[in-house]
Write a protein that binds this ligand. Structure first.
Ligand code: AMP
Ligand code: MG
Length: 521
């Protein structure tokens, strides 16, 4: 099998004339050509069969040395002309200027089944955008990206995909807690796949350089290749483009809230122009429902990226994108209208999504209140988000509040503390809930099917990833393989994996990697 890269990005957008690989400021360009670092002993650890099929790679090819060379960057395969993308961004609310792919190298785009896929190696060595860092990625963060991208896809959450995970055979030094305790770790590379890796920050970069010509070129390129349904011209075209991105972003954020995913670093350089989840770093999954929770140690003080603030931040990021493309439109009103709509529609859709989670199909004030009360209760009692909603599928229209509570009590971290007024509030809520269920047309069984389609049974809790990582560091990939199998069917009952339908164990409560994570990766 020979791979034909299409070279769309590099033939249509401005390149950096310098091809030497040294750290620098690169102006008025979308990318720089760069060759991946040759790894010492690349070894395939895990291949996602599903992604292989998605992009049309044959079994023979993925078993070949050429494939290992491709996904490790050991050799330039076919007509590949690898490059690193240039982009800027707002990090933690502040303008950070040029960032760019410091350790991600695009191999190129391929087409399969009329779909465009970009292949990118993360951790493949330094680029002109590496600033003071080494361009590498460690095994632990690569496992987290590989597993989580696939878990998210199967949860129905738009995301970049991960084709493969390899170890490089090289050592990488990291100071995980930024406290002067640097240690040697194993290097790794994931080959990720997305329509493209264009970010909000790609537009911010050119805009910040007042490079309207290239800004327009990038917008036109993105629209032509990825939003061909936009057929207006002039400024209307860019308004429609922004509207589409805002809508896709809103949908993405609703999915994150639905499954309890916290990205952890929602900087504008980590926001995809396709409305897909991108850049899996110190992300985490809600264990107990806590809107103030952020998995990122760097964010612990400000909690900017906390669970309950993600939609606001996405909107903030959309404002930055609106500012960036403003020169193509030169009129604020239509952009403002889209931004105002985002908030209004988000609140409405959020409510609908939550009603679905509890299996209620009609929308009225009474049902809305039920959701508000539930969110309040969940915050008052330490309750596991995944287990609570999944177990709610067992409630029947004839249940008393006593019976309901018995059915979801597994979701409480400290059931012995659910007493007195809190217990009463729960009784009240369940009584109200069952009364409303009785007004619904769905039978118990129909409701269960609906709920099971939006409330996953299995998610990648941080401690699970951490356990797989600790074994993988000893070259035991059994748990990594097991979790992959588990997570590609997150909504199914999988009796052999029932042990993963469990609350975070106590040992994982404060452990680094299992509760909080740093950005070090
Ligand atoms: P992130 O927080 O992972 O989105 O990264 C923010 C910026 O830092 C991006 O420009 C990355 O390419 C860059 N970066 C992160 N880690 C490394 C690394 N080990 N080497 C070079 N650049 C990096
Ligand atoms: Mg990033």
């Amino acid at each position: 099998m020979s791979i034909q890269f299409l070279h769309k990005f590099i033939t249509n957008l401005p390149s950096d004339p310098i091809e030497e690989n040294f750290t620098r400021q690169v102006n008025n360009t979308a990318f720089s050509y760069v060759k991946p670092k040759i790894p010492s002993r690349p070894k395939l650890i895990h291949l996602s069969k599903e992604v292989q099929n998605l992009i049309g790679f044959s079994d023979d090819f993925v078993a070949s040395e050429a494939f290992l060379n491709l996904i490790s960057g050991a050799k330039i395969i076919g007509n590949a002309k690898p490059f690193a993308m240039n982009y800027a961004g707002h990090q933690f609310g502040n303008w950070a200027g040029q960032l760019g792919d410091g350790r991600a190298i695009v191999l190129g785009e391929i087409e399969h089944n009329n779909q465009l896929f970009t292949l990118q190696l993360k951790g493949a060595g330094p680029t002109p955008y590496s600033r003071r860092a080494d361009g590498l990625a460690v095994l632990r963060s690569s496992i987290r990206e590989h597993l989580c991208s696939e878990a998210m896809f199967h949860l129905g959450v738009p995301t970049t995909r991960s084709l493969s995970l390899i170890s490089t055979g090289d050592e990488v030094v990291r100071d995980v807690m930024y406290d002067g305790n640097a240690a040697v770790e194993k290097g790794a590379i994931v080959c990720r796949i997305a329509p493209s890796f264009i970010r909000f920050g790609s537009f911010e970069l050119l805009s910040s350089q007042n490079d309207v010509e290239n800004l327009k070129l990038l917008a036109d390129y993105t629209i032509t290749n990825y939003y061909p349904e936009i057929n207006t011209t002039g400024k209307e075209k860019y308004i429609a483009f922004f509207k589409t991105i805002a809508e896709k972003t809103r949908e993405l954020l609703l999915h994150w809230q639905r499954v309890g995913f916290v990205h952890g670093v929602m900087n504008t350089d980590n926001m995809s122009i396709h409305g897909i989840t991108i850049d899996y770093g110190p992300y985490g999954w809600l264990e107990n429902f806590d809107p103030n929770w952020t998995p990122n140690t760097t964010d612990a003080a400000g909690k900017r990226y906390r669970f309950g603030n993600q939609s606001n931040i996405a909107l903030w990021n959309l404002y930055q994108l609106a500012n960036a493309i403003y020169p193509l439109i030169e009129e604020a009103a239509p952009l403002e209208e889209i931004l105002n709509d985002y908030a209004k529609k988000y609140d409405k859709d959020f409510l609908e999504m939550m009603l679905k989670k509890i299996g209620i199909t009609s929308k009225n004030d009474e049902n809305e209140n039920l959701i508000q009360q539930l969110l309040y209760n969940l915050e008052q009692t330490e309750t596991d988000y995944t287990i609570f909603f999944r177990n709610l599928n067992q409630i029947e229209k004839t249940d008393t509040s006593e019976v309901c509570l018995a059915k979801i009590t597994d979701a409480f971290y400290k059931p012995e503390e659910v007493t007195g007024i809190i217990l009463e509030t729960w009784h009240f809520w369940f009584a109200h809930y069952v009364a409303l269920l009785n007004k619904e047309l769905l039978s118990d069984n129909e409701r269960k099917t609906l709920q099971n389609s939006v409330n996953p049974k299995y998610v990648l809790r941080n401690y699970m990833a951490q356990m797989a990582i600790e074994l993988a560091e000893k070259e035991d990939y059994s748990l990594l393989n097991e979790l992959y199998k588990l997570l590609i069917l997150p909504y199914e009952e999988q009796p052999e994996f029932e042990k993963w339908f469990a609350k975070r164990p106590d040992w994982a409560r404060e452990k680094i990697g299992s509760s909080m994570l740093s950005c070090s990766s």
